[in-house]
Ligand binder design. Structure first.
Ligand SMILES: [Zn+2]
Length: 52
């Protein structure tokens, strides 16, 4: 199970609506809109992931 970095939803890798690679890591999204938001500003969403 992966976490959609945009909306923090749990996403099953093989059921992800969209995926994106950033800095060598694959991210999974619940919807194409989440991938779009991530692609527009990946650093913002990656920074939020696992912060504190
Ligand atoms: Zn999402």
């Amino acid at each position: 199970m992966a976490i959609d970095p945009v909306c923090k939803m749990e996403v099953e890798e093989d059921k992800a609506a969209a995926t994106s690679e950033y800095q060598g890591k694959t991210y999974y999204f619940c919807a194409p809109g989440c991938k779009k938001a991530f692609d527009q500003d990946p650093e913002k969403h990656v920074a939020e992931e696992g912060g504190q």
